[in-house]
Structure formats: structure tokens, C-alpha cells
Ligand binder design. Structure first.
Ligand SMILES: *[C@@H]1O[C@H](CO)[C@@H](O)[C@H](O)[C@H]1NC(C)=O
Ligand SMILES: *[C@@H]1O[C@H](CO)[C@@H](O)[C@H](O)[C@H]1NC(C)=O
Ligand SMILES: *[C@@H]1O[C@H](CO)[C@@H](O)[C@H](O)[C@H]1NC(C)=O
Ligand SMILES: [Zn+2]
Length: 299
């Protein structure tokens, strides 16, 4: 009988573990391949990835590619080089606010959180210099609920459809920054956000948090004073729901960096019914095995 009790305890421990990992699985591991994971990152590619007009673009050069003569072993390796601010990347708050976080000061979970996606594509249509307003955010909240504390807010302008056509995405192919045209977040909306909500990061599917014609980058300054991290050139925002997705973004940890290349993914909410059935089935299976073993020992 002592054995039986041990087995029961083991079974209970096993069930607790299923519970804990089940929850973790539900959060982090979508089933059936990667169809529920959205890659929100553009490739870093030579002559393609868009950088700020005055920045050094992405460069990749072959260091070695072939069979090494001494060993006969095949080997390839490259060198890469780029500005911090280009492609899918973060703006550390220090980028526009003296003394605030540089890249390696941002907490590890600074870019992990619940995603809310505010769609302003209708407003942007025909207005390439559109700046999203406080009203846009409030209208969104009326429909989808309050922007959650610790959330990561994305502004979906639809501008990603121009990527990687530099002339259409930035408004110009030249280095002349006074002719940049693309939408952004209005500084009054940024002010409302920092005063009334508690997001930890703000992302956009354009080259800058401020609109292309900005000369003062006020939206950057207002957010960065509060250490809210910026995310620019976010890919595939059209594939995220307004609420319910979780994002995980891990920037390259550049010590003292004002920004960094970022790999960011979105985990879509699951078909919770099948997950629940799976969960319950697993619990019943473990319980049955435990009872079976118990019965065998008792006999
Ligand atoms: C990039 O563009 C340069 C200049 O046009 C060209 O010489 C080079 O081959 C291109 N590299 C790639 C990888 O496309
Ligand atoms: C890329 O790097 C190589 C090797 O350093 C250099 O020769 C080349 O000019 C660079 N290209 C660009 C576009 O900066
Ligand atoms: C940049 O564009 C503006 C507006 O078209 C123009 O006035 C200015 O001369 C241009 N600057 C350069 C360096 O071409
Ligand atoms: Zn940037």
C-alpha cells in the first residue's frame, strides 16, 4: 500500500507538471508547425533592406566560401556591417532622449508582451502624411477595450505593402530627408499615451515613429522620455489581430547602442477548444495509468 501511495503522489506531481507546462505551451508553443507564428521581421539583405537615407546600409561580404585546401572541409562565413537604424529594428529611448535607456539597459522582457494593433489604413489611404491621433486610439479602445498596461502598441498604417520599394516606402530614393513622406503617430497622441496608458513599447510599419515630414521628432522624444521603446519597419502587421496576439522581440544586444536590429515574432491566439480537449485528455490518460498501476500493486 505504501507503494500505492507513492504512485499516487507521483501521479499528482505529474498532473501538476502537465498543468504548468500546459499553460506555458499555450502561451509559447503553437501546435502544428509554425502557422500560428507570424514573422514580423524583414530580411536583412544587401541592396534591399531600407535604411534611413543618411545611414550606412546593410553590407554582407564573403569572408570564405568553399573547400578549405588544408583540411578538405567545406566552410562558409561572412562579415556584416550596418547602421543601427534600418530594417526591422528598435530605437532605444536614448536615441532621442539624453540619459534614457540604451539598448543593453532595456529589460529582457521589454519587448515581450501583449500586442494591440490599431489599424489606421483607412485614414492613411490618400494621405501619405497622415499622423494618427488620440481620437484614433480612443475609437479603437471603444471597440476593443483599454490598451493594456505593459502592452506593446502597434500602429498599422499599411505602409508595409511598399517594402522594399524605397522610393514609395520613404517617399524618395535620395538622401534628401526633407522630401520624406510616410505616415506616423502624432505627438499629441504620444503625449496622451504616456499620460494615460502604460505601454512598454510602440511599433510601426514605417521607417519612423514620427511621420516623414517631421523635423523635430516630437513623438520619439515624448515616448523616449518615459523609456518606451520604439520599433520601426515592423513587417506583416496585417496578419496580427487587433488584440490577443503576443509578441516576442529580441534585439541584438549592442552595449551602449542607440538602436539595434531586431528579430520580432507574433504568436497568434490559439484555437482554444482543441487545446483544452488535448489538455483534458492528457490529464485523464495520466490518471488512468496511475490508477491502473495502483490496482496492479494492490493485487
Ligand atoms: C548591390 O549593388 C551593387 C551596385 O549596384 C552591385 O555591384 C552588387 O553586385 C549588388 N550586390 C548584390 C548582392 O545584389
Ligand atoms: C561592403 O564591404 C566591403 C568590404 O569591406 C567594401 O569593399 C564595400 O565597399 C562595402 N559596400 C558598401 C555598399 O558599403
Ligand atoms: C531637398 O529638397 C528640398 C525640397 O524639395 C529642396 O528645397 C532642397 O534644396 C533639397 N536639398 C538638397 C540638398 O537637394
Ligand atoms: Zn530607428
Amino acid at each position: 500500500m505504501a507503494h500505492g501511495v507513492n504512485v499516487l503522489v507521483l501521479a499528482m506531481v505529474a498532473m501538476t507538471r502537465v498543468d504548468a507546462t500546459g499553460e506555458a505551451l499555450q502561451m509559447f508553443k503553437p501546435p502544428a508547425g509554425d502557422r500560428n507564428i507570424i514573422d514580423m521581421t524583414y530580411d536583412f539583405a544587401v541592396n534591399e533592406t531600407i535604411y534611413w537615407p543618411t545611414s550606412e546600409p546593410f553590407n554582407l561580404t564573403v569572408a570564405f566560401k568553399g573547400v578549405m585546401p588544408e583540411s578538405g572541409v567545406y566552410y562558409e562565413a561572412n562579415n556584416f556591417c550596418a547602421a543601427e537604424h534600418g530594417g526591422t529594428h528598435i530605437d532605444a529611448p536614448a536615441h532621442f532622449y539624453r540619459g534614457s535607456w540604451v539598448v543593453d539597459h532595456i529589460p529582457i522582457d521589454g519587448l515581450i508582451g501583449d500586442a494591440v494593433v490599431v489599424d489606421v489604413t483607412a485614414k492613411v489611404s490618400g494621405h501619405e502624411d497622415y499622423q494618427a491621433t488620440e481620437l484614433d486610439l480612443r475609437v479603437w479602445e471603444e471597440k476593443h477595450g483599454r490598451i493594456p498596461d505593459g502592452g506593446i502598441l502597434f500602429l498599422y498604417t499599411g505602409w508595409g505593402r511598399h517594402w522594399p520599394n524605397k522610393e514609395r516606402y520613404l517617399g524618395t530614393n535620395t538622401k534628401n530627408t526633407s522630401i520624406l513622406h510616410f505616415p506616423g503617430l502624432h505627438s499629441d497622441a504620444a503625449k496622451w499615451l504616456v499620460e494615460n496608458r502604460k505601454i512598454k513599447a510602440f511599433g510601426i510599419d514605417t521607417a519612423s515613429l514620427d511621420y516623414g515630414q517631421s523635423k523635430t521628432f516630437k513623438t520619439h522624444t515624448i515616448l523616449f522620455e518615459k523609456n518606451i521603446v520604439g520599433i520601426e519597419n515592423v513587417a506583416n502587421l496585417d496578419q496580427l489581430p487587433p488584440t490577443g496576439a503576443m509578441v516576442i522581440g529580441l534585439p541584438m544586444k549592442i552595449r551602449g547602442g542607440s538602436g539595434a536590429p531586431l528579430r520580432i515574432i507574433g504568436l497568434l491566439p490559439q484555437a482554444t477548444r482543441s487545446a483544452a480537449i488535448y489538455h483534458t485528455a492528457t490529464e485523464w490518460l495520466i490518471l488512468s495509468i496511475a490508477l491502473f498501476i495502483l490496482a496492479v500493486i494492490a493485487v
